[in-house]
Design a protein around this ligand. Structure first.
Ligand code: PA5
Length: 479
């Protein structure tokens, strides 16, 4: 069995899905030059070790925001996280991550992929229960806290925010601060903050309160930060082998440095997605056949959307580009989405995630005298789900829908590290092909500022006046 994850791309070509809906080897050939050039530029930027130079267009073109590429090599970072997790082992029953977006999705993805679906309920789990509060829903928040309150002295909060200004995380953080103070608990025993090393609101708070802190590395944006302290700490606390995660990422790095697009899975994935984007297949569905992979798809959805959805290209021209990432869970969503995927508009490209060997297996029960179901009798559930993947791919191909597959030999820390790194680099390639700045997210700002304004932030009162009339619905349009 091949031990590395692999990309299977046969079913994107015209031979599989017809001339109208497939791509040709020649089209892929045309991207060989641009991909080699992008690979070279990324390598140069890595060697220079430059970090973010906001506003400096030339440097942005040179991929100056790619320090994420070197995270798997930061042994000291990994050792620090492991030491801290080791020192805290056995001290806490619960670990609560406060964060949102790139400061939460990676934590959730690692936990779902690498620990049991029943982790929080198991007495033999490898660390504290993990709760990731990636929202400000009052019911979710209050009822989680209600559950935790009797064990607050055995609960650790990891607040993660690069900026410290994110309203959702700030609200969660303030609520927890007050609760811990009311209970007379020492803040330094119950909060670890992961934030920017030098600047930002959270950095100031950490220094003032004397909290233990972990780092969001310089130049690494939230959605590219899972392989830093941001994602590694909760993973290490919960018994995930973070050294293997980073080893997997390093293995993938060897592969995605290859200037030959046909030997570089990240470049090939991006090239294929780019060609389909140009052919008006602008919806990109990721469909994992494995429950453990479902939150990695959410992580990827943010990475792809926030990095690639851009109004302007690097030359400042209006382009409004960006593929829309969609998540569908196999086999569940066969019974929800596949009707649309086969007979609806042919505007999508599909990426299946397939697992060759599952961590646990189920042998389906004996059909006995239930003869109608005997085809399932004593078969492995893993075979059923993989056959369902093949059946769905077959059905999609019958409707000329292009399909890719990422094959996991098994889901472990190494293969998950490979996957994360491959898709981070694929995002960089895709951004390069689209000619955009992959690493900023200017469009997220307006909503953030509007939230500040509506919540009464003194610096945004003018915006509040502008939005306020929208608060009361126009009765004419209310039925
Ligand atoms: O990827 C990103 O940059 C964003 O999703 C951020 O992670 C998210 O907005 C949270 O930001 P912060 O970590 O500053 O609270």
């Amino acid at each position: 069995m091949n031990q590395k994850i692999q990309l299977y791309y046969k079913n994107v070509f015209t031979e599989s899905v017809g001339a109208e809906h497939g791509i040709s080897p020649d089209e892929l050939d045309e991207l060989k030059g641009p991909i080699a050039e992008l690979t070279g530029k990324m390598e140069q930027a890595r060697k220079r070790g430059v970090v973010s130079g906001a506003g400096d267009t030339d440097r942005r073109i040179e991929f100056d925001d790619i320090p994420y590429r070197d995270l798997p090599y930061r042994n000291e970072m990994m050792e620090n996280v492991r030491d801290l997790a080791g020192r805290l082992a056995g001290k806490y029953e619960n670990l609560v991550v406060l964060g949102i977006g790139g400061s939460a999705l990676g934590n959730i993805a690692l936990q779902t992929a690498l620990n049991s679906p029943m982790y929080n309920l198991r007495s033999d789990r490898g660390g504290p229960r993990l709760f990731v509060m990636d929202n400000v829903d009052p019911t979710q928040f209050s009822e989680t806290i209600e559950y935790l309150e009797p064990q607050l002295d055995k609960t650790l909060f990891n607040v993660i925010s690069k900026s410290g200004q994110t309203a959702e995380t700030a609200a969660q953080f303030l609520t927890i601060l007050q609760l811990l103070r009311e209970k007379g608990l020492d803040l330094t025993d119950h909060i670890i903050a992961t934030t920017d090393t030098k600047s930002g609101t959270m950095r100031g708070i950490v220094d003032r309160l004397g909290l233990t802190s972990l780092k969001v590395p310089q130049g690494v944006g939230g959605r590219f930060s899972v392989l830093s302290d941001v994602g590694l700490f909760s993973a290490a606390m919960c018994g995930i082998k973070i050294d293997e995660l980073l080893a997997g990422a390093r293995d993938m790095d060897e592969r995605v440095r290859n200037t030959d697009v046909m030997k570089n899975p990240a470049a090939l994935y991006a090239a294929i997605q780019y060609l389909f984007y140009r052919k008006d297949k602008r919806l990109s569905v990721m469909m994992p056949y494995g429950y453990q992979l479902k939150d990695l798809c959410d992580w990827f959805r943010q990475l792809w959307a926030e990095s690639l959805g851009k109004e302007k290209n690097l030359a400042g021209e209006l382009v409004n580009v960006g593929p829309t990432p969609i998540k569908a869970l196999g086999a569940t969503d066969q019974h929800s989405q596949v009707q649309l995927y086969r007979e609806g508009p042919n505007d999508k490209v599909f990426t299946f995630l397939q697992v060759e060997s599952f961590r646990s297996e189920v042998v389906i029960g004996d059909a006995g005298d239930t003869k109608e179901l005997s085809y399932l009798s004593h078969r492995k559930m893993g075979d059923l789900i993989n056959n369902e993947k093949l059946a769905t791919e077959y059905a999609l191909l019958a409707s000329q829908r292009p399909c890719l597959t990422v094959l996991f030999p098994e889901i472990n820390a190494c293969s998950v590290g490979e996957f994360i790194y491959m898709f981070e680099v694929a995002t960089s390639y895709m951004g390069g092909l689209l000619g955009i700045d992959t690493y900023n997210q200017p469009a997220v700002e307006l909503g953030k500022l509007a939230t500040f304004a509506l919540m009464g932030h003194k610096d945004h009162s003018k915006m509040a006046e502008e939005i306020e009339p929208m608060r009361k619905p126009d009765e004419k349009f209310l039925i």
